[in-house]
Design a protein around this ligand. Structure first.
Ligand SMILES: O=C(O)Cc1cc(O)ccc1O
Ligand SMILES: [Fe+2]
Length: 370
């Protein structure tokens, strides 16, 4: 990885298989040894369920002069659910990196990573080739929603025939722990491949947005870019949803997100700009979690402004890209998320406190009373 900085990643169960052709047989591994685990964990039970609305301030990227952190050592599990051994579940990780991986690489046996860069670019070397991924692009697994197949870009084969006398470290995430093996050659020695279980990237600006052209605020499933299905039809382990720039034209409607409770958990992040329901406080590089059935909605400021707005056609979210990992599972939050990161916004709930009661019982009588 190169020039790697703050990024959010979600991991969902693996989907398919693919084939690789190598120019060299794999070099004998030294016995696997457990390596320093950084902050990757699947021990979210250590903190337990938290039914509230949580919001995090932007997670801090360490300065290279203070501490050099690469993709693996900067990976922190924030929350998750499910059983890692039966490959059913998901986890949200934050990675905060300032350094390229040198002579070491990483693979994940616990699921596929959906990577959402928020700050800085990633140059990702894969056995299929290289991918440069930057904010507003995502780098993903198989599956598609309203995103057009033509916009998913896959790498072309690229290889290096490089001996590494000092040793090349291959790191594996397996059942929530990291393991390392050393070899004397770069593993990126695949000269050609075929198959469909390839890494790919997708520019979120290519998403063709669908929205209400009559009345009412549509369910955000209209914004689903990718979905990881569960075995129950219609119920997702994780939907990847975005709130991109678009037109708002709905009549007789409070246009921002309605006040709601959801049977799914909603983990949200902001890549750039200002999210329509929370212009302040929800910042690029931060995040929020609204657990299943916990009520939430626009902050008081948004409510006041948009309740009075004239309902002319308007551009929404220009210069903004917010996203959501929506899951039918109940996410537990790690100790790193609640304490160690030191980024939990203790005052989040205050954004709703100024909401006023606006009942005007006499202004409009229901038909049966006329
Ligand atoms: O809570 C949120 O801000 C995300 C969201 C947006 C929307 O337009 C409708 C429902 C929803 O959960
Ligand atoms: Fe919501």
């Amino acid at each position: 990885m190169n020039v790697l900085q703050r990024t959010l990643a979600v991991q969902v169960p693996c989907l398919k298989d693919s084939w690789l052709y190598r120019i060299l047989p794999s070099v004998s591994h030294k016995p696997f040894e457990s390596i320093d685990q950084g902050h990757v964990t699947h021990n979210w039970d250590e903190v337990g369920p938290d039914p509230n609305q949580l919001r995090w301030k932007p997670f801090e990227i360490p300065k290279p002069s203070q501490k050099k952190v690469d993709f693996v050592s900067g990976l922190h599990t924030l929350c998750g659910a499910g059983d890692i051994r039966s490959n059913n579940g998901l986890a949200v990780h934050i990675f905060l990196c300032n350094t390229s991986m040198e002579n070491r690489c990483f693979y994940n046996s616990d699921g596929d990573f959906l990577i959402v860069p928020q700050k800085g670019k990633l140059l990702i070397y894969t056995e299929f080739g290289k991918m440069l991924v930057q904010p507003n692009e995502i780098c993903v697994i198989q599956a598609n929603g309203l995103a057009n197949p033509r916009d998913f870009l896959i790498p072309v084969a690229w290889y290096e025939d490089r001996q590494v006398p000092g040793g090349y470290t291959v790191i594996n995430k397996y059942q929530g722990k990291l393991f390392a093996a050393k070899q004397l050659v770069s593993p990126f020695n695949v000269v050609a491949w075929h198959g469909n279980y390839t890494p790919y990237k997708y520019n979120l600006e290519n998403f063709m947005v669908i929205n209400s052209v009559a009345f009412d605020h549509a369910d955000p499933s209209i914004f689903t870019v990718l979905t990881a299905k569960s075995v129950r039809p219609g119920v997702a382990i994780a939907d990847f949803v975005i709130f991109p720039p678009r037109w708002g034209v709905a009549d007789k409607t409070f246009r921002p997100p309605y006040y709601h409770r959801n049977c799914m958990s909603e983990f949200m992040g902001l890549i750039q700009g200002h999210y329509e329901a929370k212009q302040d406080g929800f910042l690029p590089g931060g995040g929020s979690l609204h657990s299943a059935m916990t009520p939430h909605g626009p902050d008081a400021d948004c409510f006041e402004k948009t309740s009075k707005a004239r309902l002319a056609p308007e551009r929404i979210a220009d210069g903004t890209m917010a996203f959501m990992f929506e899951s039918s599972l109940n996410l537990a939050v790690t100790k790193w998320g609640l304490k160690t990161s030191n980024c939990l916004d203790e005052n989040y709930y205050k954004c709703w406190e100024p909401l006023k009661i606006h009942f005007t019982p006499n202004s409009r009588k229901p038909a049966e009373f006329n």
